[in-house]
Ligand binder design. Structure first.
Ligand code: HAM
Length: 419
């Protein structure tokens, strides 16, 4: 009977034929992070639910509707991480990293979980490359984080991605803004969705980010935070814009971006694919998050995360993944006597760091050659009784080069030299 268990809705399998695409994206993330001096941080897939309730914010869609939360066998409330920022701050607090060298820079490549309605580019398990920077309020830090994200996209060949930025101010400028928002939304209160009715008093800015079409329509004409920024936040935003321009990074100011997570202050930004309209990366500054999680600590922070499924999808659509070049060697054996010699040659090649395969299916020579071709082997060697006796072999170059006459003893070094 065929297996009837399928992958859970909203998850993806990456098959062996496609995993190189993920490796290209992840390698670029690591390379570009290193160029900016960010080092990798790793943290658990699950955390105490409270971390996200307090960090991401209990009036956000992520916390109110999308978290995978359960009780473990010890009756603790556990949540599969819906993102990495709150966890990264938890790690730094727990290990005293905020008392060390500043600025502190870290990156991560993680899975994340959100119980969202699956659709194009939206999954329940997805992956992020994220980078976080702590310890500075300088707008140069905002420019650096945006430059890092832009360099990563450029490294992948994704030049034409729109960057939209906004400033959502600090708690000071938000006081007046919240009052204006409350007044505006109160006049439409009856039409708001149930969740947003509850947000009206507690956090009216969250209504701006609601996915319900009716709330979206109402939010379109709401007052804009940019009109309420205090002098300091305004100056910060102006310096950031000038610095981005200096760095040759083009951007649009989109006063409607508020982001879906509660911790942001001042700069927020999104990189969007113009063709699909999907956000490929998003981030911003969060100067209040560290003290939200530990009131004794005051440390500025900022960062971004890019969605890897979306990146791989857009790169596939644009044909940005190269054909894999031929690689390694296939050592075919004809007859039982040749098997030890073929194995020995393959072992010698692997010891030199090369890919080498031999027949494990006891197939005919013709079938072995077919396998070598399909697995994209660069070199093929056929070993039969004659080769074992004389020690002489011919190396066939599948990339079109001339055949090489050599010996069983020298073949590994000769092939390795050309790979
Ligand atoms: P976010 O905007 O929620 O920000 O997610 C960042 C990126 O993850 C999105 O732009 C998108 O590409 C991808 N993403 C989010 N949800 C899904 C999903 N359900 N399916 C597929 N891809 C998805 C954050 O997570 C913040 N922690 C970013 C940050 C870091 N801010 C400061 N530091």
């Amino acid at each position: 009977m065929a297996l009837e268990i399928k992958a859970p809705r909203g998850t993806n399998d990456v098959l062996p034929a496609d995993s190189y695409k993920w490796q290209i994206v992840e390698d670029a993330a690591r390379r570009v992070s290193d160029r900016f001096g960010y080092r990798e941080i790793r943290f658990p897939t699950f955390e105490s639910t409270e971390l996200f309730e307090r960090g991401v914010g209990d009036t956000t869609d992520v916390v109110q509707k999308e978290m995978y939360t359960f009780k473990d066998k010890g009756d603790r409330s556990i949540t599969l991480r819906p993102e990495g920022t709150a966890s990264a701050v938890r790690v730094c607090l727990e290990h005293g990293l905020f008392g060390g060298l500043m600025p502190l820079k870290a990156y991560y490549v993680i899975s994340a979980f959100r119980y969202e309605k699956p659709q194009a580019g939206r999954f329940r398990e997805f992956h992020q490359f994220g980078a976080e920077l702590y310890g500075t309020s300088s707008p140069q830090a905002d420019r650096e984080v945006i430059e890092l994200a832009a360099s990563f996209l450029k490294e992948l060949g994704l030049g034409e991605i729109s960057l939209n930025i906004n400033s959502i101010g600090c708690p000071e400028c938000r006081k007046n803004y919240h009052a204006a928002l409350k007044e505006y939304f109160a006049s439409h209160a009856e039409d708001l969705c149930e969740t947003c009715k509850g947000r009206l008093d507690r956090n009216p800015m969250r209504i701006l980010d609601c996915k319900s079409p009716v709330c979206k329509g109402i939010a379109a004409d709401a007052p804009l935070i940019l009109d309420y920024l205090c002098d300091d936040c305004n100056a910060h935003f102006e310096t950031l814009k000038a610095s981005l321009t200096d760095a040759g990074i083009s951007f649009n100011v989109d006063p409607h971006i508020v982001r879906g997570l509660d911790y942001y202050t001042r700069t927020v930004f999104e990189f969007t694919d113009p063709a699909s309209g999907l956000a490929l990366a998003g981030g911003g500054r969060y100067d209040g998050l560290v003290s939200e999680l530990d009131p004794k600590m005051k440390v500025c922070g900022l960062g971004f995360a890019a969605g890897l499924e979306r990146l791989v999808g857009v790169m596939e659509d644009r044909g940005l993944f190269p054909e894999l070049p031929r690689k390694g060697a296939y050592i075919a054996a004809m007859g039982q006597k040749a098997v030890p010699a073929a194995n020995k040659l393959a072992t010698a090649l692997r010891a030199l760091g090369c890919r080498a395969e031999t027949d494990l299916m006891e197939r005919s020579l013709k079938a072995q050659m077919k396998y070598a071709d399909k697995t994209n082997a660069r070199f093929v060697v056929v070993i039969g009784d004659n080769e074992v006796e004389s020690g002489k072999i011919t190396v066939k170059d599948m990339a079109g080069g001339d055949p090489i006459e050599t010996t069983l003893a020298e073949a590994a070094a000769i092939m390795a030299d050309r790979m």
